[in-house]
Each structure stands twice: as C-alpha cells, then as structure tokens.
Ligand binder design. Sequence first.
Ligand code: GDP
Length: 477
Amino acid sequence: EYIAVNELANLMGVSVSEVISKCISLGLMVSINQRLDVETITLIADDFGFEIELVEEFQTDVDADIPDPEETLKPRPPVVTIMGHVDHGKTSLLDFIRSANVVAGEAGGITQHIGAYKVSIDGGKEITFLDTPGHEAFTAMRARGAKVTDIVVLIVAADDAVMPQTVEAINHAQAANVPIIVAINKIDKPNSNIEKIKQQLAERNILVEDWGGKYQCVEVSAKLGKNVDLLLEKILLEAELLDLKANPDRKARGTIIESQLDKGRGITATVLVQKGTLKIGDPFIAGVTHGRVRAMFDERGKKVSEAPPSTPVLVLGFESAPQAGDTFVAVESEREAREISIKRLQVKREQDHRQVHHITLDEIANQISIGGVKELPIIVKGDVDGSIEALSDALMKLSNQEVQVKVIHKGVGAISEGDVLLAAASKAIIIGFHVRPNVNARKLAETEKVDIRLYNIIYDAINEVKSALEGMLSPVL
Ligand code: GDP
C-alpha cells in the first residue's frame, strides 16, 4: 500500500472524484483517504497519462536533513542577518562589527568579502553575520528551501521613521519565524527621535522591551560604534534562548551563501557549515553540482583545514558553479557525489519540464477541497492604503473553520521581485489591486511559479478567494 486516493489525485492534478470513479470502474469502492496498492495506482495513473516510478522510501542523509541524536549536539554560534530600510545603516553596522572584532593577535582583519563572516566576542563566544544585508537575499534563500538565519537584526534610523522596507523586513522575518532584535541607529544625530521609532514599531506590533513587549532593542550608532557591543550581547542572549546546537562530529552539511568565479582559482563558493565539520579532501554535493574540497579560506583570506558548525568558508573544488541557497552535503566518496549529482540533474530536468511546484489559487482550491490545506497566505499590493486595508480585512474575514486566510504582507506599489520571493518562500499567492507586477517580478513569478492575480474591483478579488476557500474555483483560461 502506497499513497492515498486524494494524494494520487493531487499528484496528477485531477479531482478526487475522478480518481474515485476510475476506481469504481475497476470494481473498487474506495474512500478519499484510502491507500491504494501499486497495481491500482499504476492502472489509474496510466489512464490519466502518467507513468509510475517506484522509488525506495529510504531517505539518505544527502536528501533529507535527518536530525542528529540529542547527545551528539553541542552549542553553535548564531547566524544573523541585518535588515532594514535603505540608508538606515545596514552596511555601516556590518562594517563596524567586521572591523572592530578582529580576533586578538590577528593582524589585518577581514580582507575578503565572501558573503558571511564570523566574529569573536570577549569570553570566546562567536557570532556569524551574513554579509548581504536586506530581506531580498534572505527570502531568496528561503524560497530555495534554505534556512540559514537564526536571528534578524532590524535596523531603523532614529532620524527617519519606520519605512516601507522596514515593514517588509518585519514581514519577511515573521513569515520565516525568525526572532527579531531591534537596533535603533544613528542616535548620534541631533534630530534623532528614538521614542517616535518605538511608537511606530509598536503600531506594527513590534513592542520593544522597555515598552513592555518581547522584542530586545538597542540604541546604537553604527558610525561611531556606540552600543554595538551591547547589540552583540543581546544577540548572544537571544541565541542562548534559542538553544542553538549542532553535531560537529559528522560529515558536514550546510548551505551555499554565494558563488564566485575567481580568475586565478576558478569556481569558488562560500559554504555556511550548519552541522558537522567540513574538512579538506571531503567529497561533496551542492545542489546539482559536486566536487571535492581542495582548499578552504576564511574571511581573512587565511587557509583553514576544518570548518565546524556556523562557520562560513570559501571552498575551492567545485565541478560547476552552485547557486546561492543550494544545500551542501559532504559525502563518503567522490563516486557517490558524482552519481547523486547526475541523478539530481535528471530529476531537475524532469521537474523543470513538468513544473511541479505550482502554487496557484486553483491548486490551493483543489487542495482545500481534499482537506490538504489549513492556511492560505496572501500578499496584497495596491495603489492606495485605504483599499489595501479594506481588501486585506475582507480577505481575512473569509477564514473559516477549515482554512485560515493570512495576509502575510501588504503594501502600496507595484508587485516587486521581493513580493514574488516572499510568496514563493511562503507558498502564498499575490493579489494586486489596481497595480501590476514590474517586468522582473513577472519573469521571476514565471520561474518561481507564483500565482499573481490582478483585480480592479475589490468584490471580484474577494469572490475569487471565497470560491477557492470553498474548493470550487473554476479554472482561469
Ligand atoms: P544601508 O543602505 O542600510 O546599508 O545604509 P548605509 O550603511 O549605507 O548608511 C547610509 C548612510 O547613513 C551612510 O552615509 C552612512 O555613513 C550613514 N550612517 C550609517 N549609520 C550612521 C550612524 O550611526 N550615524 C550617522 N550619523 N550616520 C550613519
């Protein structure tokens, strides 16, 4: 017995009733959740023009992120991303932390941009920062299935205000369930107004600690380096609460942060090791490519021979360039690495061909009708604030006992690439009211298979989502 009637219907993109009537014609009375045997599955699939391929249930460590036994886990440093509105000081903060925390006795500091760096704090504690600030990179990774960030530092300039990208950052972090620490920046400026920022954050449900909320908040000057040590302490405190651990004594597993083509060295890529320890000579798979670790460098350009959990390293030895967000897995032998990467390439080609990841409203309606969906995340973009609020409220009110409608992000303006990435990462659909996607967003939506629905009448938008919730949306032509 393998998959159930509803799962099979789902896989083939046909309705459950079609599968059931097919079963009946085969002389089988089945219920929605009934599991079918291989023979029946093959017959039915054949009828709908699909071919069945049996794969072993057994998942290897390469495919799945299998948790390590509790007793093997040891504390690991937190991985932090800094987010916030443009010009609020993300780069300045990253630069200050980078230059201020040169490990004792090491001259020169961080010389290379490799996409991430690790700093040592007094007392031997460490923190890893992702060096590409902003929520776009963060969500692009998430859309590819990578979860690398443990903590988000949300930076808001005290001489400005909570701005659209501040709100986006909050929504992206929350959609990913990553805790936020607030850094109110530029407090050296005479026109800074810290209380105003706290007030505006409170209006977005980010209530900071001294306002009785749960969010840690530090008032800093990235330019002067004021209170940055305090911020680092708060990050460590948050990390302690999260109880971050990994098993260092196993083959490494991590994520590609970025890849570079170096004139002298060829393809290099930064790997953030998340569990295990990466060593020179380790064969590995990264996405659909593979290789063998020929050399590793840290962010100071120094050769290293081992990289434990939460360590970013520049790796040499890739067969071809991996993509940011690809999973990186060290394996036993080069032969295994090559075989798996060939298999993955094949699967990828087939998937590209079949476009399996569709997250359309129709698909959701289908899933809802068979009870497969409990939540419908939506992103609402519109031309004016008032109508966005009205539409969002109306959509959320459509929630019923089975399915909850969640507006995970809303805002004024054209549908952007950021919106599409957030939708892809959160399996959400995008509703545009009197706005359209820009060219890049449209292209990205095509490759990421994100459903963008455009409306000029609020009533139409509400009605369509309502029909989807009732699991009876008529397909768009
Ligand atoms: P990003 O776009 O968020 O990366 O912001 P940047 O780090 O590039 O900073 C934008 C501008 O604000 C730059 O001119 C910085 O010098 C300035 N800036 C950043 N932090 C501070 C600060 O704490 N105080 C003051 N006075 N200026 C700052």
